[in-house]
Design a binder for this molecule. Sequence first.
Ligand SMILES: [Ca+2]
Length: 500
Amino acid sequence: MKRSTCRILGLLFLTSFMLHARLSAQAEGAEINRPDRPNFLWLTCEDMSPNLGCYGDPDAVTPNLDRLAARGVRYTLAFAPAGVCATARSSLIVGMYASSIGSQHMRCTTTLPDFIRPFTTYLRRAGYYCTNQSKQDYNFKTPADAWDVGRGPKAHWKYRKPGQPFFAVFNYVDTHESRIRGPTRVKVPLTEAERHDPAKVHVPPYLPDTPLIRKDWARYLDLITMMDKAWIPQRLKELEEAGVADNTIIFFFSDHGVGLPRAKQFVYEAGLQVPLIIYFPPRWRHLAPAKPGSAVDRLVSFVDFGPTILSLAGIPIPKHMQGKPFLGPQAVPPREYVFGIRDRMDERYDMTRTVRDRRFKYHRHYMPFIPHYPWLDYMEQLDTAKELRRLKAEGKLTDGPAFFMADSKPPEELYDLQVDPHELHNVADDPRYREVLERMRRVHGCARRSTPDSCPSKSCGIGRRVRPSTSMPAVASIRWNVCSRPPCWWTAAWTPCRNS
Ligand SMILES: [Ca+2]
């Protein structure tokens, strides 16, 4: 080939390459600056049941969240799939049940197969800027492609490229269980009117009504008021000041229920039910399920949140996700059931699964010989926990608390939530509920087959030592389960049961 021909071909190749690069850059820019994509702000908090004014709590002092609910929609049947941080958060971030990805034990370290990514990875691939400030706690190592910035003060939507859509999580930690018994990280002074008087609060009936438990409950309500007073306005003001409030859909929810015994770590309603407020700015109001200020009684689970965000963003939902999108163009009809799990909690093994429809709640205990409330080193530090132990030792517990503190539990529990919202009267043996019981058993069996446990034995070893027990000599150490590889039965697509 002549030198001149080579030169011409070289120039053609270079021109073609530069043109391709320029078109690619333009395409990427166009993707980033597409005006038809909303931003998403997730305001999440720790360890909180729906104890807000907008949910009808008579003691709540939460004007800012109540105002957000009045401008947005409030879900009355929103549930975490587990009552504890890491297990619930792992389901949230991948849109799958923790029991299916090996993250069901609190705590453990599982390994995600390559084809399962946090839903933020799919957002990022579509041009979203994704940040998380700061708690992750997924029970697996966070994949490198999950976040643009996944921790620290730099994890903020304001650092995105100009015009880039964002998905940003901010997690508020000062409602955590540890703050009920200890100081908060951020000091938020409350006025006399905002502070909760232990003598006047309404202690839920699943706990004994004693001065110490009243003190814990009042402190919990104070923590919520502190969040509402300082943190919520700050996060909303940032959006307004940056001029992005009219293009940002806001979610507010907690990672599971209140950080007290029989709620956090457990699968009763107090552990699984969470507040969920979603605000749609006028520009995106056509995506809202109801008018501003409405209550929505659709059943939704954390596994649905990721698919729902992808649906709202116009991104195809990967087939491996088990959740059901409840908003946006890919929304599906409302689910009939939500599911809950409880496996090892800290140093104590257990295994319970729950099925809940709009009226009934079914519990299946696979280890009924273990008490509902075994000694749990971390939780025993709460005054409420000490009070439960004291009252049990003195034989002073009755009704629901006595059932919860018994030395064993029945293999099944069934509750009619319409007349018994706190799950205090087990009707599993009541012949009037026989039909309901058998239906719930069938649904439970179906769910167990379609979302099988991934980490029962072979693929998991017991590994890393966490911390020595401080007050329970019989427990020398707490160890994490470690999944060294994905379970062998993994497939890229699910064939779920009709009801799951
Ligand atoms: Ca939590």
